[in-house]
Design a protein around this ligand. Structure first.
Ligand code: G2I
Length: 557
């Protein structure tokens, strides 16, 4: 408080001398000085950065992480296939680094601001183009970008998947694939899924939660969930934001507010400013209450540059500073909320090693595990346990538990599992790994009934075609492990496939496909899409008429 008054006095003196053109808040006490171990950021508008010295000054002074508002999007970085243009993205990186700021990458796979050339490709080519884009962009910035919005806005308001060209062409697996490609290009970046209207509890955030939970369970390399936070004061504040953030954090993921702004209907007035400040304060406090919420980014900072008036012509004034760089009540709210919540003291001490787990009640797809509890003396407290499957030297997260027992579900029948447990504390420290427990699941009946949709798209000329198979679990129990089998009627051959291990013995019409690690389980009412390139002879390419999953016939649609 004293610092603030002193700085204000200095500012007033300098102002009187005509040395300060701008009304800004105390320069010695910017937002970033209150961020603690978190990041406080803004979306950088490159036009403003190039033309407006005040914009550069405030952006550099207040924030410690930068998101490119547009410069890292697909249409900016790869406007034509495999012709990459990094000029603008490089400018953002250079500006951030010059100001000792981190960089949050936005965004790799989105339906908007993505060039037309990729939207019309067939599945194989689109997936390869997605991989090439992610590999090239993430690879280029592997040493400078600390976190990425890998997939952006994949959901409809009712929690179903958005029918984007990505989804329509590649199916839901495009999301897991995007994360795998990003991880391959940068082993260290924090990889996020990002969306809007998911800030509070509701249908859309439930859809996001279900997806994220299944990605974690499948070992897909996702590290964080971004909540955009585009709010408006004429709508009520979202429902249970802190609880919503916490349920994602409990999956072992970091949480970020990635695009916060709070718009209002024209004209701006003092009452609206105060309501807006409350919305900002509530969002910041929700983040601060969740240990794993590690970033709050505002989608700009001055009303001089904002996406709002272009998109909502009767609305305005969504940011912390007005058009002339005067801080608004919203700025003070964010500043004081951050200041009132200095970071919790560091806890470098992990919990003690959990006891050796014991397996019981092993079925074809589940098992109970119990172990002796750990203790935590570092101050942040025991948060729970991670249960991993060990295969060779790799431990893959199977599930998490807040107590010293768990029921593993979704296991594959007739399969040996070696499992270990590690304890987690509130600061995210992991204990040493427990000794192993080994058990083998029982042979299982086929638990689901199935439906298969087969497509064949002949290439223009020659005898090549692309085949696609969508397997849907129409039963009420999960299918855990599957073998798809069918016979080609007219000498067709699989030459190369994806999303499954394909096999067609030489000289045989019989084809089988078995899952990869990430699509082994098909929950009820869910589908997996797999595909292949193949060849046919003569002029027709008739479809197989019968398909089985685990030797049980499926409905063919
Ligand atoms: O719409 C607000 C945000 C929602 N979440 C994803 C963000 O990426 C998105 O940002 C906005 C940018 O703030 C705008 O600046 O995304 C818009 C496009 O979806 C951006 O607007 C576009 C304009 O519509 C174009 O006219 C303009 O050429 O920015 C382009 C580049 O300046």
């Amino acid at each position: 408080m004293r610092r603030k008054l002193l700085a204000a006095a200095i500012c007033a003196t300098l102002s009187a001398l005509g040395l300060v053109a701008l009304s800004t808040t105390a320069t010695a006490d910017p937002l970033r000085s209150h961020a603690g171990s978190r990041f406080i950021g803004y979306a950088l508008n490159l036009t403003a950065q190039g033309s407006d010295a005040s914009y550069r000054t405030v952006g550099a002074r207040e924030f410690n992480i930068v998101t490119a508002e547009n410069a890292m999007k697909f249409d900016a970085t790869e406007p034509n296939q495999n012709q990459f243009t990094f000029g603008q993205a490089d400018q953002v990186v250079a500006a951030a680094q010059a100001n000792n700021q981190q960089i949050h990458g936005h965004t790799l796979v989105w339906h908007s601001q993505t060039p037309g050339w990729i939207q019309g490709l067939g599945a194989t080519q689109m997936r390869a183009a997605m991989q090439n884009h992610i590999n090239t962009v993430v690879g280029r910035y592997a040493n400078s970008v600390r976190s990425w919005d890998v997939v952006n806005e994949a959901f409809n308001e009712d929690g179903s998947f958005r029918q984007s060209f990505w989804f329509n062409t590649l199916g839901q697996s495009y999301i897991a694939d995007a994360f795998r490609f990003a991880r391959a290009a940068d082993p260290d970046a924090e990889l996020c899924i990002n969306d809007f209207n998911t800030d509070g509890m509701g249908a859309k955030s439930n859809g996001l939660f279900n997806l994220v939970q299944s990605l974690v369970q499948q070992g897909v390399p996702i590290n964080c969930v971004g909540f955009q936070g585009h709010l408006a004061i004429q709508f009520s504040f979202p429902n249970q934001v802190q609880q919503n953030f916490q349920r994602f954090a409990n999956l072992g993921l970091n949480v970020k507010i990635t695009e916060l702004d709070v718009r209002m209907q024209n004209p701006r007035d003092a009452t609206k400013d105060n309501t807006q400040a409350t919305y900002y304060r509530n969002m910041v406090n929700a983040c601060l209450a969740v240990t794993r919420c590690n970033q709050i980014t505002i989608w700009g900072f001055t009303d001089r540059y904002s996406w709002v008036p272009e998109t909502f012509p009767s609305e305005c004034c969504a940011l912390l500073y007005d058009q002339n760089y005067s801080p608004k009540p919203a700025y003070t709210a964010v500043h004081d909320a951050l200041g009132g919540n200095e970071p919790v003291p560091p806890d470098p001490t992990p919990p003690t090693t959990p006891g050796t787990p014991a397996a019981s009640n092993v079925t074809s797809n589940s098992a109970n595990l119990t172990w002796a509890a750990s203790t935590d003396t570092g101050g942040s407290g025991l948060a729970g346990y991670n249960i991993y499957r060990r295969q060779g030297t790799t431990d893959t997260l199977l599930s998490q538990s807040t107590t010293n027992s768990t029921t593993l579900t979704g296991l594959t029948p007739s399969t040996q599992y070696v499992v270990v447990v590690r304890a987690r504390d509130g600061a995210g420290n992991l204990s040493p790994t427990s000794a192993t427990a080994t058990f083998t699941t029982l042979a299982g009946p086929v638990t689901g009934t199935c439906q298969v949709a087969y497509t064949a798209t002949n290439w223009g000329g020659g005898g090549g075609f692309t085949g696609g198979v969508t397997i849907t679990n129409t039963g009420t129990a999960a299918i855990n492990g599957w073998t798809l089998a069918f016979s080609f009627p007219a000498g067709q051959r699989v030459s190369q496939g994806w999303s499954a291990t394909w096999n067609q013995p030489q000289g045989s019409a019989n084809v089988t496909a078995t899952p990869l690690s990430w699509n082994t389980t098909i929950p009820p009412s869910s589908s997996v899409q797999i595909g292949f390139n193949g060849s046919f002879t003569g002029s027709s390419n008739p479809e197989p008429t019968a398909f089985t999953i685990n030797n049980t016939a499926c409905t063919v649609v």
